[in-house]
Design a protein around this ligand. Structure first.
Ligand code: ADP
Ligand code: MG
Length: 299
C-alpha cells in the first residue's frame, strides 16, 4: 500500500474569465520511506494537489489514495501537514495551540509530548508568547511541532522553509531527515533547489498542471544535461596545437573543456600529463537541479 497514489487527477478552478486548469491528468506514487519532491514554478499546481490529498478540494476527475484510503477523516490520524502559510489564532500561545491539537489527536500524556517537541524545535522559551508576536521562522516551528504531535506516517510539507533563516532551515532539514530515517514518508514542495537536491530520493516536476519529468534527481538531470564543464589551471599556457587537438578553450594558464563522460575526463588528464603540463587546480561544474529547473522552464 503506497503512502500516496495519484491517478489521472484533473482539477479546474472556475473564474470570471473562464476555467483555469490547475491539474491535468496527474499520476504518480510516493513509496513508503521516501522523501519525494514536488517541484515546479509558481502556479504549477503543487498546493492544489496537496489540498486534494488533504480533502480540502475535490478533484474533477481521477483518484487519490493515502495508504489505500480516500482522503478524509479516515486518514487524519496518520498524516499531517506543514505549509509555509500556516496560521493559528494570533492571540493564542504556542502552548494553547499545541494543547488544542493534542486533544484533537487524542495524544496520551500531552504535556510530555508538547515539552518534547518544544525542546526539539527550540520553542520552549516562546511557549507563553502570543502567536501573533512570533517571527516567521518561529511560527513555522510551532507549525512543525503541531505536525509532529501525532507522529504521522506521512508528512506533507508545502514550502516548509519559505521565509526561514538559513540556520533554522538547516535545523528543519535535519529534522526532516531524522523523521524520515525513523520511518516517516515525506512529500515536499519547495522552491529551494539545493534543499530538494539534498533531501529528496525522487522528484516530479510539475509544469502548468502536468508532470513533465519524474524519477531520481540524478536521472532527471541526465535527461536534460549530457555534458559538464571542467576547468583546469596548468603550470603554463598550453600550445595552440594541443588546445585544438583536445577541444580546449584557453585563457592564459586556465583551460576549459566540455566533456560528456568520465572516460573523456581521464583521457584529457592523461594527455595533459603526457604533454608535460602540470595541473595546479581542477574544478568541475556539474549541472544542478537549479540549472535543470531553468532549462525546463525556458523550453
Ligand atoms: P503552486 O502551489 O504550484 O504555486 P497552485 O496549486 O496554488 O500552484 O495554483 C495552481 C493554479 O490554480 C494557479 O494558476 C492558481 O492561480 C490557480 N488557483 C489555485 N487556487 C485557486 C482558486 N481557489 N480559485 C481560482 N484559481 C485558483
Ligand atoms: Mg503553492
Amino acid at each position: 500500500m503506497h503512502p500516496i497514489s495519484v491517478r489521472d487527477i484533473s482539477k479546474s478552478f472556475m473564474t470570471k474569465k473562464g476555467p483555469i486548469p490547475a491539474l491535468k491528468k496527474v499520476s504518480f506514487v510516493v513509496k513508503e520511506g521516501e522523501i519525494f519532491g514536488l517541484l515546479g514554478p509558481n502556479g504549477a499546481g503543487k498546493t492544489t494537489l496537496i489540498n486534494i490529498m488533504l480533502n480540502l478540494l475535490t478533484p474533477d476527475d481521477g483518484r487519490v489514495r493515502i495508504f489505500g484510503q480516500k482522503p478524509g477523516p479516515g486518514v487524519a490520524s496518520i498524516i499531517n501537514v506543514v505549509s509555509g502559510g500556516s496560521q493559528f489564532h494570533w492571540a493564542l500561545t504556542p502552548n494553547q495551540i499545541l494543547k488544542y491539537y493534542a486533544e484533537l489527536y487524542d495524544i496520551k500524556d500531552p504535556d510530555k509530548r508538547i515539552a518534547e517537541l518544544a525542546s526539539l524545535l527550540e520553542i520552549s522559551d516562546l511557549m507563553e508568547n502570543k502567536f501573533g508576536w512570533l517571527s516567521t521562522g518561529e511560527k513555522l516551528r510551532v507549525s512543525f511541532a503541531k505536525a509532529l504531535l501525532n507522529k504521522p506516517k506521512l508528512l506533507l510539507l508545502d514550502e516548509p522553509t519559505l521565509g526561514m533563516d538559513p540556520d533554522v532551515a538547516r535545523k528543519v532539514r535535519r529534522e526532516m531527515r531524522r523523521l524520515n530515517e525513523e520511518g516517516t514518508t515525506i512529500l515536499l514542495t519547495s522552491h529551494y533547489m539545493h534543499e530538494v537536491e539534498q533531501l529528496c530520493d525522487r522528484i516530479a516536476f510539475l509544469y502548468q498542471g502536468e508532470i513533465v519529468d519524474i524519477g531520481e534527481v540524478k536521472d532527471v538531470k541526465l535527461k536534460h544535461f549530457t555534458t559538464y564543464d571542467i576547468v583546469l589551471t596548468l603550470n603554463k599556457r598550453p600550445s595552440r596545437a594541443f588546445a585544438e587537438m583536445h577541444g580546449l578553450r584557453v585563457k592564459e594558464d586556465v583551460v576549459r573543456a566540455t566533456l560528456d563522460s568520465e572516460e573523456a575526463l581521464s583521457r584529457l588528464i592523461a594527455a595533459v600529463h603526457t604533454a608535460g603540463y602540470k595541473i595546479r587546480d581542477i574544478g568541475m561544474k556539474k549541472p544542478t537541479l537549479e540549472d535543470y529547473f531553468i532549462k525546463v522552464i525556458k523550453k
